[in-house]
Ligand binder design. Structure first.
Ligand code: ZN
Length: 135
């Protein structure tokens, strides 16, 4: 069907490249240790909310949820905000690890293949990620 999103990854290096226009939004997942770095995560969150009111902060998760290996909260933002918010996170993450991933309708590839990591690369629980959204 023509409305289907593109496949999650090109089969070979010579396949047509994926179109970044398929990205409908972005998530930044800010990881922290509830016992040691929650205060830093809170300060970063305050600064993001103050500077980028169009970004949508999610709930605090003090225990791992979904594919995420540690406590985290999520920030949702539009492709238009990416060139301002990601550099801000890069410079102001205060040693915290941040996973930045696109939303293309293919959650497994978006998290595992297309993600950007600020700081350490953490192991995600791939088995809970559906290949295609809504499946
Ligand atoms: Zn996400």
């Amino acid at each position: 069907m023509p409305d289907d999103p593109p496949g999650p990854v090109p089969e070979t290096a010579t396949d047509a490249p994926l179109d970044p226009g398929a990205i409908t939004g972005w998530h930044a997942h800010v990881y922290y240790d509830p016992a040691a770095t929650r205060d830093r995560a809170a300060l970063l969150r305050e600064r993001i909310v103050a500077r980028f009111p169009e970004a949508v902060p999610g709930r605090w998760h003090d225990a791992p949820v979904g594919p995420h290996p540690t406590a985290m909260y999520q920030l949702t933002f539009t492709p238009a905000l990416f060139p301002r918010i990601v550099p801000f996170l890069a410079l102001n993450r205060q040693g915290l690890t941040v996973l930045v991933h696109p939303e293309t309708g293919w959650p497994r590839a978006d998290h595992l293949m297309h993600a950007l990591w600020l700081g350490a690369v953490l192991p995600l629980k791939a088995e809970v990620l559906p290949e295609q959204a809504g499946t």
